[in-house]
Design a protein around this ligand. Structure first.
Ligand code: ADP
Ligand code: MG
Length: 263
């Protein structure tokens, strides 16, 4: 019954077409932690509105790569350009403005457990973006509708399932109408039966206009939604290909070995 409700509301409310888009370019990106080099000079261009999935073994540098894009980590070398503008030197208000253009969805949903679904979204708009309460709550409800959770607006985050919490987190990431959304293994912390509902929301979002970069271990999902698949290992991008080519004709021996293990 509940799942029927979700499917109906998700199908009718999944219009994300208001979202804008921006390009992302990594040029010779290097990241070191002390003596440990985690990214060895990575180059990647993501077109406005493109959906790119990033695959690779644990510890290969996937999280580091996407955390650099919204400057949750600072670069050790190279540069990242958003819509052609370098971001590494941004500080203060300019950095906050950059971050408001980039949504981020974490593996752990990071909601405030003691706040309602609605407040988790509305408070970000009020305190980070300066919206008034009425506007913020109106917008939050719209976003909850888009992820099929309008009926949970007043439930506390702690009362929601993992899948529902992650859908609220996606709605929150979309609150400031970002041009880019980054996902870092958004379904890895979920029980298997909840993965589908989160992937469905992400599918609705893909090709809505927003630029989307997704680190995932969900191979079928990556194949289905990506314009291009990126394979990273040991801090190097080893392969970038259209999904069909990537999964049926991987070129690099390490990609081939990785796919043998996970498929
Ligand atoms: P992935 O997301 O692909 O699993 P990460 O980007 O999280 O990989 O990590 C890549 C490498 O960087 C790992 O060896 C990890 O231990 C190291 N690393 C990540 N974050 C830090 C940090 N804050 N300090 C030191 N080393 C880190
Ligand atoms: Mg990671």
């Amino acid at each position: 019954m509940l799942s029927a409700l979700f499917h109906r509301s998700a199908a009718s409310a999944a219009d994300f077409s208001h979202l804008r888009q921006a390009s992302v370019e990594l040029r010779n990106v290097i990241k070191q932690y002390d003596a440990h080099t985690v990214l060895n000079g990575v180059n990647l261009s993501v077109e406005p509105g493109e959906v790119v999935t990033i695959l690779g073994p644990s510890g290969s540098g996937k999280s580091t790569l996407i955390r650099l894009i919204n400057q949750l980590e600072s670069l050790s070398g190279g540069e990242i350009f958003i819509d052609g503008k370098p971001i590494s030197q941004l500080r203060g208000a300019a950095l906050r403005q950059l971050r408001s253009r980039i949504g981020f969805v974490f593996q752990q949903f990071n909601l405030y457990a003691h706040l309602t679904a609605l407040s988790n979204i509305a408070l970000a708009l009020e305190y980070v973006h300066g919206w008034n309460k009425t506007e913020a709550e109106h917008r939050a409800l719209e976003l909850l509708e888009k992820v099929g959770l309008a009926e949970k607006a007043n439930a506390y985050a702690a009362q929601l399932s993992g899948g529902q919490q992650q859908r609220v987190a996606i709605a929150r990431a979309l609150a400031s109408s970002p041009q880019i959304i980054l996902f870092d293994e958004p379904t890895s912390a979920l029980d298997p039966e909840m993965i589908g509902e989160v992937l469905q929301v992400m599918k609705n979002l893909a090709h809505s206009g927003i630029t989307m970069i997704v680190v995932t271990h969900e191979m079928h999902f990556a194949r289905e939604i990506a314009d291009r698949v990126v394979f990273i290992d040991g801090g190097d991008i080893l392969e970038v290909a259209a999904p069909e080519d990537f999964f049926t004709r991987p070129q690099h021996p390490r990609t081939q070995r990785f796919l043998k293990k996970v498929l």
